[in-house]
Design a protein around this ligand. Structure first.
Ligand code: DAH
Length: 347
């Protein structure tokens, strides 16, 4: 180092260069790199000046050190200032790009609901469950024996024609009624028996109120001294809970081979309260299920002594109840999964 004047000149050159360069810097990465090129103690333009102290004559060392320190402090300030400014600008840019409008209305999550058939089945299970009924899961593929013969519908019995059956083989078929479950339960369990058996049934039938696959729920009570009065009491309690407290039942004589006597059960129209409307076709009554006192032949065939025990049974169409309850006029709507329809039905 020739003399201090030369150093001063060099330093003002560096100072000017830094000033010029800082004006061009646009981001903190660039600022960081430039700072390093100036301040690094080994390679930096200013940082390395201190290492040259050794070459400076002793009498100039103090002044040299002072000048280098001065420019180093100045440069540090310049960098700090610029970096603060750049960081702030960058943060603002980020805030701007990540800005959210908290006043925007939220996207509402659509709440799903259960299928009408499922809702009705759950209600039936709840109602009968609370009366002490247990659930029996029957089989969808049955033998001719359980679906017909054991229910007092022998081969060639005209009642077989009432239910158009899908036969899988001469012996096996898709059950046409959940009543087939009755036979299994009576064969497997000793009375007292109190079961419901909900499930799918199949018939070759297809129009606005019939579908080849639909759902039923069978009910069976077997014990000593069970009578038609028990059936009436049970079904009264059931319809009040499913259709509303003011709903009444009416028993009409009917015929089912597996019950004797057999009845068809109507409920007072829960829409017009019995005055007559479209739903009840002006009669004030709606047919909802078949029922009766279990035929002695069926009990005996299942190994239950009909001189000791008696039983009552009923079969409810789940789809039919869903259609009535929710005002669905075509059974196909229950199978099409059209959300415009299903969304309107919620309990
Ligand atoms: N299984 C009959 C049907 O599908 C319904 C039925 C009627 C069931 C009377 C019963 C009953 O248990 O007692 O049409």
């Amino acid at each position: 180092m020739a003399d201090l004047n030369e150093l001063s000149e060099k330093l003002s050159g560096i100072r000017q260069e830094i000033k010029d360069e800082l004006l061009k810097i646009e981001n903190s990465k660039h600022a960081f790199e430039y700072r390093k090129s100036i301040m690094d103690s080994k390679t930096g333009k200013i940082g390395s000046l201190m290492r040259e102290m050794g070459k400076v004559p002793n009498e100039m060392k103090a002044e040299y050190g002072k000048k280098v320190n001065e420019i180093r402090t100045w440069a540090q300030e310049q960098f700090d200032e610029l970096e603060t400014k750049l960081k702030e600008a960058e943060m603002n840019l980020r805030y701007e790009s990540e800005k959210i409008d908290v006043t925007m209305p939220a996207k509402m999550q659509k709440r799903g609901n259960l299928h009408p058939n499922t809702m009705v089945r759950n209600q039936l299970v709840d109602i009968f469950g609370s009366m002490g009924f247990e659930i029996y899961e029957g089989k969808e593929i049955e033998t001719d024996y359980y679906n017909f013969t054991a229910l007092n519908i022998p081969q060639d019995h005209p009642a077989r024609d009432m239910q158009d059956t899908f036969y899988l083989s001469p012996e096996f078929l898709l059950r046409t009624q959940t009543s087939s479950g009755q036979v299994h339960v009576m064969e497997e369990q000793e009375p007292p028996i109190k079961i419901i058996s909900p499930g799918k049934v199949f018939r070759s039938d297809d129009d606005a109120t019939h579908s080849p696959m639909f759902s039923q729920m069978e009910g069976l009570v077997v014990d000593k001294g069970i009578t038609l009065c028990d059936l009436q009491g049970l079904l009264n309690a059931f319809v009040e809970r499913i259709f509303g407290e003011s709903t009444k039942t009416r028993f009409r004589p009917s015929y089912f081979p597996f019950t004797e006597p057999s009845v068809e059960v109507d409920v007072s129209c829960f829409q017009c309260k019995g005055c007559g409307c479209k739903l009840c076709k002006g009669t004030g009554w709606i047919e909802v299920l078949g029922a009766g006192v279990v035929n002695k032949k069926v009990l005996d065939g299942c190994g239950i002594d009909s001189n000791v025990y008696s039983g009552i049974a009923f079969g409810i169409g789940i789809d039919r109840i869903a259609m009535l309850k929710y005002g669905i006029n075509n059974i196909k709507l229950l199978f099409e999964s059209d959300l415009r329809v299903l969304d309107q039905i919620d309990d």
